[in-house]
Design a protein around this ligand. Structure first.
Ligand SMILES: [Ca+2]
Ligand SMILES: [Ca+2]
Ligand SMILES: [Ca+2]
Length: 194
């Protein structure tokens, strides 16, 4: 289902390469970049960082391909990328109806309307008392809620709150691996009872 425009698009090509490897690849690569940024105490990555991160993850990409991808993602032309910019550009595109369903769910869960899902807000949907570690008194309820929320959070940047971007990133990956629209809506419904 590749269109000629898609074949020419270096970001789409790179995304296909990553997804061919594993749906979690984009997030995983984002984690490598974040770790490198932390080590170097620099929030943004250069083209060289980008290339060595790709090499570390062992995705084959020619130098000119890497440059083309980097330039396409670096929308403001600053010569550096931040990791959120990277994940946002690389996440698999999601059809409009699916994105609307994800947005709707997020707005329903985020009752405070501050743009983040907190552990308190998630209590309504997930009962931490049922968690085996809580029942065995190894974890607090708060801990169980945090662990539940972590699934939606960006690896390497887990602060116990889920932003809209993190929420969409998560469901973009679910969407990419779910062919049928009804199945996709059902997945959201089952967790969030919406
Ligand atoms: Ca930039
Ligand atoms: Ca909130
Ligand atoms: Ca977060």
């Amino acid at each position: 289902r590749l269109t000629p425009a898609c074949i020419m698009d270096p970001v789409a090509q790179f995304r296909d390469k990553l997804i061919a490897r594993d749906y979690g690849s984009i997030i995983e690569l984002g984690r490598i970049f974040r770790r490198m940024a932390n080590e170097d105490h620099r929030p943004n990555m250069s083209l060289e960082d980008f290339e060595s991160g790709i090499a570390e993850y062992a995705v084959t990409l020619e130098k000119d391909e890497a440059e083309a991808v980097f330039k396409a993602i670096d929308k403001d032309g600053s010569g550096t990328l931040d990791i959120n910019e990277f994940i946002k550009a690389l996440r698999p595109p999601m059809p409009k109806e699916r994105e609307d369903a994800v947005l709707q769910a997020f707005q329903a869960i985020d009752q405070s309307g501050d743009g983040e899902i907190s552990t308190e807000e998630v209590r309504k949907y997930y009962n931490p008392k049922m968690h085996p570690m809580v029942r065995r008194k190894k974890w607090t309820e708060e801990r169980a809620l945090e662990v539940f929320l972590k699934v939606f959070e960006t690896p390497g940047d887990k602060d116990g709150k889920v932003t809209l971007d993190e929420f969409i990133n998560f469901y973009c990956n679910v969407s990419a691996s779910t062919e049928d629209d009804e199945d996709f809506f059902q997945i959201i419904k089952n967790v969030w009872k919406i």
